[in-house]
Design a protein around this ligand. Structure first.
Ligand code: ADP
Length: 494
């Protein structure tokens, strides 16, 4: 009896497997989650280590690295050295796969400098799956995880590889975005080192192709996604991206855990990147941030103009074509827009052209710029997130924390976190932003007009700002739920 009590109290070893981690390497919200989770779950009695591919910024961020194992080749997946060391920037210990031929290349983690996915991505990320399974199988005799938590398609083979090695550890798989599934031609299957039986309808075969995402959805012991609403949405044909049937069949194993915000990084009272700090009680610094932003971007210095911002990947998913249609009307109405993003070349060109034609009203910065993202979110009045679909979304949470009212579509995590300023919600002091339903320029424009109208009512505007700023979206709540899930899943396995 006492033995089981003391066992329960011991820290639970959990291996987190991901392709990117903030602040070393980031292409999206996945990196923020991966970076925040190790410290956040430590407080919940979880001993989390991370496994990452040996991309240049990861290796450069590693200290006290030593080789712990030689990982064998699996099929055409090449052998590699497994390093163990510390990532001080992420405040965690990490295993890193040292395989220069796979990971040290020009371009990003998934695609070359021209945005073309690397032709051998199936091998690069199968290496990650096999390495995780080998760690779960005890390749480092000093530390063996009970639970392996894999993120997104890059780590999609983790649960399948774990099954092949018949490890005791359980697997949790988190979907950050079902739209990116890790699909490869069927012929690549034989290179992955998996038995032929895996290439089947109840395995990783997806209409003749190999799907890393489907492999995980079939084989993981638990599946999570990053908001409760998205967990429901992906079980529908509309948002299931062809995997809704499988997700429905696994519904009892599927849950949604809302992402948190790293409040050490995103806090207007202590943000070194912004012109002046401010709090919900004293918003004067926010006006300073707005003036500084207008000056920096060459926008008209006009405190009375509503300043909208977008900080986003420029893709169809993010709903930016809706903004594009509405821009001429917004310009006529005297609104300012400051945009930071990169992605779709057509969208980049279209927005850049509008900024050139209206430099006092529109500023567009292409590329990835973390400090500028802070200055935009602090300086703007409204942050736009008109997504077609949105698993969780982080920028609306930053907007809430910075008193920058989110204008969002009622979908996924956006619907879970922003309350529209209906008259009832205003009366109840629950309103925190502007929400529209239909994915149409007209519906978005109606929300924009509501925002413009309310901006002329400072008392109500500040009420919304304070409601948003009072909300807590830190990692503690999410970490408690992840830690509970790890424990449940390990206990259920015994
Ligand atoms: P997604 O993961 O779909 O891109 P999220 O809203 O979940 O969207 O996360 C996006 C993250 O990336 C946020 O932290 C956001 O601030 C950041 N981000 C997006 N584009 C840029 C950019 N161009 N420069 C700096 N940060 C960016």
């Amino acid at each position: 009896m006492s033995r089981s009590v003391s066992k329960k109290a011991a820290p639970l070893p959990v291996l987190q497997v991901c392709a990117e981690i903030f602040p070393l390497l980031k292409t999206g919200g996945l990196a923020d989650v991966a970076g925040a989770l190790p410290s956040a779950v430590r407080a919940q009695g979880v001993d989390m280590r991370v496994l990452l591919p040996g991309f240049a910024p990861i290796l450069a961020g590693m200290v006290s690295a030593r080789e712990v194992a030689r990982l064998p080749a699996r099929g055409d997946v090449p052998a590699a050295r497994l390093l163990y060391g510390r990532l001080p920037a992420c405040e965690c210990d990490a295993y890193v796969i040292d395989a220069p031929a796979l990971y040290l290349r020009e371009g990003g983690p998934y695609a070359d400098a021209r945005q073309q996915p690397f032709a051998d991505n199936h091998l690069r990320f199968a290496r990650l799956g096999w390495a995780a399974a080998e760690i779960a199988n005890g390749v480092d005799s000093q530390w063996v995880p009970r639970v392996v938590h894999a993120h997104d398609w890059h780590a999609g083979l983790v649960p399948t590889c774990m099954r092949q090695l018949a490890v005791a550890a359980r697997s949790v798989f988190t979907i950050h975005n079902l739209a990116y599934q890790g699909l490869f031609p069927g012929e690549t299957f034989q290179e992955l080192g998996l038995p032929a039986a895996c290439f089947a309808m109840d395995g990783l075969e997806f209409y003749g192709q190999v799907s890393f995402m489907k492999a995980a959805l079939q084989d993981a012991d638990r599946i999570t996604t990053v908001s409760p609403r998205y967990a429901r949405e992906i079980q529908t044909a509309e948002q299931g991206m062809g995997l809704d049937g499988l997700l429905r069949s696994r519904a009892t194993r599927l849950s949604g855990i809302l992402n948190g915000v790293d409040t050490a990084v995103w806090n207007p009272a202590r943000d070194a990147a912004i012109a002046a700090p401010y709090t919900a009680q004293d918003l004067r610094g926010k006006a300073v941030c707005k003036a500084a932003l207008q000056a920096e971007l060459g926008l008209q210095a006009a405190p009375e103009r509503l300043l909208l911002t977008v900080v986003s990947r420029l893709t169809e998913q993010k709903g930016l074509p809706l903004l594009q249609v509405n821009l001429p009307k917004l310009l006529q109405r005297g609104v300012q827009i400051a945009m930071l993003g990169s992605g779709d070349a057509e969208l980049e060109q279209a927005f850049t052209a509008i900024a050139k034609a209206h430099p006092l009203q529109v500023a567009v910065r292409l590329g990835y710029d973390e400090p500028l993202a802070h200055r935009l979110i602090a300086g703007a009045d409204v942050i736009l997130v008109p997504s077609l679909f949105e698993p969780c979304g982080l920028t609306q949470l930053y907007g809430l924390a910075y008193g920058t009212l989110p204008l969002v579509r009622h979908v996924g995590g956006l619907a879970d976190t922003v309350v529209d300023c209906s008259l009832e919600a205003l009366q109840e002091h629950t309103a925190s932003g502007f929400v529209f339903h239909d994915f149409s320029p007209e519906a978005m424009d109606a929300a924009l007009r509501r925002a413009e109208l309310l901006y002329g009512q400072p008392t109500f505007w500040q009420q919304l700002q304070r409601t948003g700023m009072a909300q807590r979206h830190d990692w503690e709540a999410a970490a408690t739920r992840y830690a509970g899930l790890y424990r449940d899943c390990w206990t259920a396995a015994k």
